[in-house]
Design a binder for this molecule. Structure first.
Ligand code: AMP
Ligand code: FE
Ligand code: FE
Ligand code: ZN
Length: 291
């Protein structure tokens, strides 16, 4: 049973449509895939239809941008009710905040002599519903300024970089409540990856667990073997669900192939049970034998 619980379509910053993403997951031999675009549920319906066609089970989720002790933390929310008004309102605020800063970032780039216009960005972002730094990075690649997204972040777009502009993100504990109230199961994405490791020590994670956190993503390419061992031990002490996933972004992120990291069936079963006990109307689409 191959289960990958964190992937992006081009509805956010992946490169495949939700339909193609789900078909690619089936072709890669996955039995279960989660679509977790940044801050939006807009890819869900297309992915759901494709899951039925492709014969792969689909977990509908979101990767929510939050803030904790001043640092950016990504929170995976599995199987929430997409019709929940408080959840959608918070997601719209995040998406608006992300899009509102783009013109300022482009202006900064132009001050640096790079012809980063709104028109050029629109051409590069295609039909993405959530335009953010990855699309600005793609523009820099198209303009020949950098080789790939990684170099664009390293030289221009990362926090503190010359074209970085801050944006709105909800506080993590508040978002845990919003996700759970919507019936969703909150799991910290790559907690000790880029950016959030220094604020998420065991005590902080224990505190978050008391505020509703259900799990942590341990097996992720941003975590080296020692990091995974320590995170797995923390999850065991705190009785948190352990997940693993590719964080696939299509061709937008190299090395993150579908299914390169996976989640154990019993851990997915815990997520499904939790969503049901939180009263979520959103369930797994398609069959998966989890035992
Ligand atoms: P934004 O939400 O617009 O701030 O963009 C954040 C997204 O950019 C993340 O979710 C990643 O997909 C991507 N990203 C952030 N930092 C980097 C980095 N250093 N290298 C490559 N991609 C990154
Ligand atoms: Fe991303
Ligand atoms: Fe992330
Ligand atoms: Zn992600």
């Amino acid at each position: 049973m191959t289960i990958d619980l964190h992937t992006h379509s081009r509805v956010s910053d992946g490169t495949a449509s939700p339909r193609d993403l789900v078909h690619a997951a089936a072709a890669a031999g996955l039995q279960v895939v989660a679509i977790t675009d940044h801050d939006t549920t807009l890819g869900w319906d297309e992915a759901a239809a494709a899951a039925v066609e492709a014969g792969v089970a689909l977990v509908r989720g979101i990767e929510v941008s939050t803030r904790f002790r001043g640092a950016g933390v990504h929170l995976l929310a599995y199987l929430p009710d997409a019709g929940d008004a408080a959840l959608q309102e918070e997601l719209s605020r995040i998406v608006r905040g992300r899009e509102d800063r783009v013109p300022t970032m482009l202006a900064r780039l132009r001050e640096l002599g790079i012809p980063a216009t709104e028109e050029a960005l629109a051409a590069s972002a295609g039909d993405s519903e959530v335009t953010g730094r990855p699309h600005v990075a793609d523009l820099l690649v198209r303009l020949g300024v950098v080789r790939d997204r990684d170099q664009a972040f390293a030289e221009y777009l990362a926090d503190g970089g010359p074209a970085f502009v801050d944006r709105y993100a909800p506080e993590l504990p508040a978002m845990l409540s919003v996700v759970r109230a919507a019936g969703g199961v909150p799991v910290l994405a790559h907690p000790w990856g880029r950016g959030s490791a220094h604020v998420l020590d065991e005590r902080a994670i224990a505190g978050l667990r008391d505020q509703g956190l259900a799990g942590i993503e341990v097996d992720h390419l941003d975590h080296d073997p020692g990091t995974r061992d320590r995170l797995r031990a923390i999850a065991q002490r705190l009785d948190l669900v352990v997940t693993g996933s590719s964080d696939h972004h299509g061709t937008g992120k190299t090395g993150h192939d579908l299914g390169c990291e996976t989640t154990a069936p019993d851990q997915l079963a815990r997520i499904l049970d939790l969503a049901a006990s939180l009263g979520s109307p959103t369930t797994l689409i398609g069959k998966a034998e989890l035992t």
